[in-house]
Design a protein around this ligand. Structure first.
Ligand code: SIN
Length: 463
């Protein structure tokens, strides 16, 4: 009998589905099929691959409401966010359907009359992806679309909490004619599948979105066969409110950044640094707006904040808030919880903490929850030092209408994504990724297809 796991709704505990896990033999067979399919798929001309990707995107859009509902049921995010994520996921396919036609090479003037020098790009081969539960659609298409566009074949292991959205998206790809072995999924436990992927001679590239510790293990394990890697790992984003910031606008953007997906994103603001002269005003305005956020089942009308994905995530958030309070943080709103351990539902009410200090866990660890910690600063230099004092370097935000302050902050912040008066910078056509322990490589934009391509240099002699 096969091992299975159950997928439940994190908002209600309702059973959704029982999924069969693949055996090691089945996973290895899927990898072999993906490898064998590579030759044929990579030879499908770029315009045809592009057309197939566009048809996949159209098919996803035709099923938008169904996919969004499925996503909210397995992930818990509010339905308006799930609908937005279906569009976000589709936008990666649309972008890479175009980029498929632009994987240009070049010629290099020769140093010798009898030679010609040509540089071409070719797909790396079979790509194995491991995707997270927080964006079950977009994090998959952000990898699958450039891989297929480049001519690679693709296999994904979706997160155990949210496999259903991924499975459905891949069915929709097969429906429009993308070959079944060119895009596949396998189901199972992360550590085991990670090892199979990294050990496999068939896999030429590993792409992962998830925690930094898991990313480090995948990197180490990929070294034996020198695989290509793209790692989109953890974050601990600073958000700086300068003295001259437009506070109403900054509050709306802070909410967009901090409370999207109940704070369960790698790019969400995790340390909110506010100039001491505007701290009280900013804190009051933020608290007023946060109080309006409605917590509940994401399928219900008007809900802004869904559940925390599981008990582990919930316990971590509470531990960080309690640690902060025990060291002197003041609760302006929130610090309320609603858990039902019998049916595994965990809600954290949006929380704002003031007087947050640098020795508190919340300023050192990624929170992945709807908690906004406010830290006061006097000088911009001090804010920059605090902002950069982390091993992470994914996203940073700042709010100022002074262009000199803006340029100064942009140049000094060591983060791959910077939002200046912008709490929502993600998009398919921009390079998303982090510095330091937040990752390697970029996804999205023209940069996002490069990691799926090898550069090949041809020297033609004797002319
Ligand atoms: C993430 O949290 O990893 C992705 C968020 C985004 O694409 O905006």
């Amino acid at each position: 009998m096969k091992n299975t796991y159950k997928v439940n709704n994190p908002a209600t505990g309702e059973f959704i589905s029982e999924i069969e896990m693949n055996t090691k033999e089945e996973i290895n067979l899927a990898l072999k099929k993906g490898h064998n399919a590579f030759r044929k798929w990579s030879q499908v001309n770029a315009h045809e691959r592009s057309d197939l990707l566009k048809k996949w995107m159209d098919n996803i859009q035709a099923h938008k409401a169904e996919i969004a509902e499925l996503m909210t049921r397995e992930n818990g995010k509010p339905i308006k966010e799930s609908l937005g994520e279906v569009d976000y996921a589709s936008s990666y396919i649309a972008w890479y359907a175009e980029e498929a036609k632009r994987t240009y090479g070049r010629t290099i003037p020769s140093h010798n009359e009898s030679k010609r020098i040509v540089v071409t790009k070719q797909p790396v081969g079979l790509v194995a992806a491991i995707t997270p539960w927080n964006f079950p659609a977009a994090m998959m298409t952000r990898k699958a679309a450039p891989a297929l566009a480049a001519g690679c074949t693709f296999i994904v292991k979706p997160a155990e909490d949210t496999p259903l959205t991924t499975i459905r998206l891949i069915e929709l790809a097969h429906e429009v004619g993308i070959p079944v072995d060119a895009i596949q999924y396998v189901i199972g436990e992360g550590k085991e599948i990670g090892e199979i992927f990294t050990n496999s001679e068939f896999v030429r590239k590993i792409t992962f979105t998830g925690s930094t510790p898991v990313g480090k293990t995948l990197l180490k394990n990929s070294s034996d066969t020198i695989k290509h890697v793209t790692m989109e790992l953890g974050g601990h984003a600073p958000l700086i409110i300068a003295e001259d910031a437009d506070l109403d606008f900054a509050v709306s953007q802070t909410i967009a950044s901090k409370f999207r997906n109940a704070g369960q994103t790698c790019v969400c603001a995790n340390r909110i640094l506010v100039h001491e002269n505007v701290m009280d005003e900013f804190a009051n305005k933020l608290t007023t707006e946060v109080t309006k956020l409605k917590v509940g089942n994401g399928l219900e009308e008007g809900v802004d904040i869904g559940p925390i994905i599981n008990e582990k995530g919930y316990t971590k958030i509470i531990a960080q808030v309690n640690d902060a309070i025990s060291k002197g943080a003041e609760v302006l709103v929130g610090n309320e919880y609603n858990a039902n351990h019998q049916i595994n539902t965990y809600f954290v009410y949006p929380t704002v903490l003031k007087n947050v200090q640098l020795d508190m866990k919340i300023t050192q660890e990624e929170t992945f929850g709807p908690v906004a910690p406010l830290i006061s600063f006097k000088e911009l230099e001090e804010a920059i030092e605090i902002a950069n004092s982390t091993p992470y370097g994914l996203a940073a935000y700042f709010f100022t209408n002074n262009y000199k302050t803006g340029i100064f902050l942009h140049e000094r912040l060591n983060f791959g994504i910077v939002g200046w008066n912008d709490g929502a910078p993600s998009a398919a056509h921009v390079p998303f990724g982090g510095m330091k322990e937040s990752g390697l490589g970029r996804e999205g934009g023209t940069e996002g297809i490069e990691p799926y391509l090898e550069t090949k240099y041809l020297s033609i002699g004797d002319l």
